[in-house]
Design a protein around this ligand. Structure first.
Ligand SMILES: Nc1ncnc2c1ncn2[C@@H]1O[C@H](COP(=O)(O)OP(=O)(O)OP(=O)(O)O)[C@@H](O)[C@H]1O
Length: 610
C-alpha cells in the first residue's frame, strides 16, 4: 500500500497537518501542556533532591532559622511541581479529548472531500484507493482515530520524562543512562516484533481463519441463517466448527509469539544487567562519599524513571496507527485527482432542454483489455426522447455514465449544448439508475434529492411524487413526508420494490422541475413487468415533454414509442431510427424484437396451458 510507503517524516507532517486544522491555538496549548507535563516530573525529582540536601540544616538550626530557607524554597518548588503535574495533566487530558474528536472529524472530512472532489467514478474503482479507504475505516472501527491526540500526549509526556531522567543520570556517569537506554530500547524492539507479528496475522492466514470462525459464529447467532440452522438441526455442528476454527486461528498467533521468546528472555536479562550495573556503581559511589545521600535519592529516582524510554504498549500502538492513518489520507489525496472547477457559465439559457453530442467516443474500464465503447458517435437534439437498446453487456449503462460525466472517455468527446463537458453541467442532468439508492432517510429527502434547493418546496415534491404514481404514499406512512424509509430507525417504514421505484422516479421528476433539461432513466423499472414498464415510460415521456429524455431498456416493447431508438452493439451505434423504420430495415433491432415478442407469446401460452 502506498500509504505504508510514505516516510516517517511525511507521515508525521500529514498527522500534524490534520491536527493543526483543529485550531492552531489549541495545538499550541497542547504542545505547551505536553512539554510541562513531561518535564515537571524531572523538576520534581530535582526539587526532592534539593529538599533532601536542605533538611540537615533545618534539623540543625530549626525551622525558623535563615538556614532553613533553602529547605522552604525546595519544598515550595516540589509542591509547585506536584500541583503543576496534576493541573497540566488534567488540562492536557481535556484538550486531548477535544483534539481527538477534531482529528477524527478532520480525517473523515478530508477523505470525503478528496473522494467527492474526484471528477468521476474511475478513482473509486482504483484498488489502491480502496485499500486506503479500507485502512481509514479499519482505524475508525478500532477507535484509533478517536485517540490520536491522547496517544500523542501520552507518548510525548512519557518520552519527555524518560529524557529528563536520562539527562539527570548523565550527571552521575555518562555511560549509566546510555546503558539503561540500550536495555530499554530492546523492549521497544520486542514490542515492534510482537506488533509486526500481530499485523502479519491480521493481514495473512490469521485473518482468513478468523473470518471463517466469525462466519460460523454469525451462523449461530444472526437471523439470516436462523431458519435453516433450526430446521436442519445444524446448531451443534456450527458451534463445534466455530470452536475448532477459532482455536485454529489463535494457534497461528501463539506460534508467532513463541518465536519471540528468545528476544523476550534477552530483553529481561539486558534490563536486569543494566540496572544492576548502574545501581551497583551508585551504591559504590555513595559508600565512598562521592555521591551524597540527597544526590543518591535523585539518581535512584532517575534510574527508575528511565523506564519511560522503553515500550509504551497501547499508546505507542495507537500513535503508530494514527500516523498510519494520516499517511493513508495523504496517499489518498495524491492518488485521487481533483476535479477542475467548472468554468463560469457563459450560456444565457441554463434551464430547458439539453442537446447531447458524443463524437467518436472510446472508453475502456480499468483492468479491462478491450474497450466497452469504441468509435461511438451519437447526436441527440434538444427535446428528443431517445431509447438506447442492446443486448446485456452491450455498453448501454456505460454510455449513460459517460453522459453524466461519471467517467471520462479515453478518446473522443462528450458535450452538452455544443460545448460543456457533462461533469460541468451535472445540475442540468437528472438520472435514475437500475441500482438507484434507497436512502434510509425521510421520504422528503428521498424525493427532494433530485433538486436539493427544492427540499423545502412541499408542493413541488408532492407534484413530483404524484406524477410518479406515488401520490397516496405519504398518507400511508406513519409520519407522512418525515417518515424515515427504513425499519432500522424508530418510527421508520419499509417500502415495497414498486413503491421504491415510484420514489426514484419522483426524484428524477424533482430534478426536471428543478431545471434539469436532460433526463436519463437507466432501467430503474427492471422489476416491473413489461406492461407496467411500458405504461410508466409512456407516462414519463408525456410528463417530461420539453425535456431531452434518454430511456435505457432491453425490453424493446417498452420503448417503441420513443421519438428515436438507437441500437448499441460492439461498442458503437449500429442502428438508428424509429421503431417502424428499424422494423422495416429488418436488422438487429427487428431480430431482437421478433425474438422477444416470440418469447413473450410463448410465455403467455405456457401460462394459459398451466
Ligand atoms: N465498473 C466496471 N468495471 C469493469 N467492467 C465493467 C464495469 N461496469 C460494466 N463493465 C463491463 O462493461 C460491459 C458493458 O456493461 P454495461 O453495464 O454498460 O452494459 P449494459 O448494456 O448496460 O448491460 P445490461 O443490459 O446488462 O445492463 C460489460 O461487459 C460489463 O461487464
Amino acid at each position: 500500500m502506498s500509504g505504508a510507503r510514505l516516510t516517517g517524516t511525511a507521515r508525521w507532517r500529514a498527522f500534524l497537518g490534520l491536527l493543526a486544522r483543529a485550531g492552531r491555538m489549541r495545538v499550541a496549548a497542547f504542545g505547551v501542556l505536553a512539554l510541562l507535563t513531561g518535564l515537571l516530573p524531572t523538576a520534581a525529582i530535582l526539587a526532592a533532591g534539593a529538599l533532601a540536601r536542605a533538611i540537615p540544616a533545618v534539623v540543625e538550626y530549626g525551622g525558623g532559622s535563615s538556614q532553613a530557607e533553602p529547605a522552604v524554597r525546595a519544598l515550595a518548588a516540589l509542591l509547585a511541581c506536584l500541583v503543576g503535574i496534576s493541573a497540566c495533566g488534567a488540562a492536557l487530558g481535556h484538550l486531548s479529548r477535544v483534539l481527538d474528536a477534531a482529528f477524527s472529524l478532520e480525517v473523515h472530512h478530508e477523505v470525503a472531500e478528496v473522494m467527492l472532489g474526484a471528477p468521476g467514478l474511475a478513482p473509486l474503482e482504483d484498488p489502491a484507493v480502496g485499500d486506503h479507504l479500507q485502512a481509514v475505516q479499519d482505524a475508525e472501527r478500532r477507535r484509533v482515530l478517536r485517540l490520536a491526540a491522547t496517544s500523542l500526549a501520552s507518548v510525548v509526556t512519557t518520552r519527555l520524562r524518560g529524557a529528563g531522567a536520562f539527562a539527570v543520570l548523565l550527571g552521575f556517569r555518562w555511560w549509566a543512562p546510555l546503558l539503561l537506554l540500550g536495555a530499554w530500547h530492546l523492549t521497544n524492539r520486542l514490542y515492534l516484533r510482537v506488533t509486526e507479528n500481530g499485523i502479519s496475522f491480521d493481514l495473512g492466514d490469521g485473518a482468513v481463519r478468523l473470518r471463517r470462525a466469525e462466519y460460523l459464529r454469525s451462523l449461530a447467532v444472526d437471523s439470516p441463517a436462523a431458519k435453516e440452522v433450526r430446521l436442519f438441526g445444524l446448531g451443534g455442528w456450527v458451534v463445534g466448527r466455530y470452536g475448532d476454527a477459532w482455536m485454529e486461528a489463535l494457534s497461528l498467533l501463539w506460534q508467532s509469539r513463541r518465536a519471540s521468546r528468545g528476544l523476550t528472555a534477552a530483553t529481561a536479562l539486558a534490563l536486569a544487567v543494566a540496572h544492576a550495573a548502574v545501581l551497583a556503581a551508585l551504591v559504590r559511589a555513595a559508600a565512598s562519599g562521592e555521591v551524597p545521600m540527597a544526590a543518591l535519592l535523585v539518581f535512584v529516582q532517575a534510574v527508575i524513571a528511565t523506564s519511560d524510554l522503553g515500550m509504551l504498549d497501547d499508546w505507542q500502538w495507537y500513535l503508530a496507527q494514527s500516523l498510519g492513518v494520516a499517511g493513508h489520507v495523504e496517499a489518498l489525496r495524491a492518488r485521487v485527482p481533483a476535479a477542475v472547477p467548472p468554468p463560469e457559465r457563459t450560456e444565457a439559457k441554463p434551464r430547458g432542454q439539453v442537446a447531447v453530442r458524443l463524437e467518436n467516443v472510446r472508453f475502456t474500464y480499468r483492468g479491462r483489455a478491450r474497450p466497452t465503447l469504441d468509435g461511438l458517435t451519437l447526436d441527440i437534439p434538444a427535446g428528443q426522447s431517445l431509447a438506447i437498446v442492446g443486448e446485456n453487456g452491450a455498453g448501454k449503462s456505460t454510455l449513460v455514465k459517460l453522459l453524466c460525466g461519471l467517467y471520462e472517455p479515453d478518446a473522443g468527446r462528450v458535450t452538452l449544448d455544443g460545448g460543456a463537458a457533462p461533469r460541468d453541467g451535472r445540475g442540468r442532468i437528472g438520472a435514475i439508475f437500475q441500482d438507484f439508492i434507497r436512502y434510509p432517510l425521510p421520504l422528503r429527502e428521498n424525493v427532494g434529492f433530485g433538486h436539493l434547493p427544492s427540499l423545502s418546496d412541499s408542493s413541488l415534491l408532492e407534484g413530483a411524487l404524484r406524477d410518479a404514481g406515488g401520490g397516496r404514499l405519504p398518507a400511508r406512512l406513519p409520519r407522512g413526508w418525515d417518515t424515515v424509509l427504513s425499519r432500522e430507525f424508530e418510527g421508520g417504514a419499509d417500502l415495497s420494490g414498486g413503491q421504491w421505484q415510484r420514489i426514484a422516479l419522483a426524484r428524477a421528476l424533482t430534478a426536471v422541475r428543478g431545471g434539469a433539461g436532460l433526463l436519463i432513466l437507466d432501467e430503474p423499472t427492471a422489476a416491473l413487468d413489461v406492461r407496467a414498464e411500458t405504461e410508466l415510460f409512456e407516462r414519463f415521456m408525456e410528463l417530461t415533454r420539453g425535456v431531452t429524455t434518454i430511456l435505457v431498456s432491453h425490453r424493446l416493447s417498452s420503448v417503441r414509442h420513443a421519438d428515436r431508438i438507437v441500437v448499441i452493439d460492439g461498442g458503437r451505434v449500429v442502428e438508428d431510427g424509429t421503431h417502424t423504420g428499424l422494423m422495416a430495415a429488418g436488422g438487429l433491432y427487428a431480430r431482437m424484437y421478433a425474438l422477444q415478442a416470440d418469447r413473450f407469446a410463448r410465455a403467455g401460452e405456457e401460462m394459459a396451458d398451466a
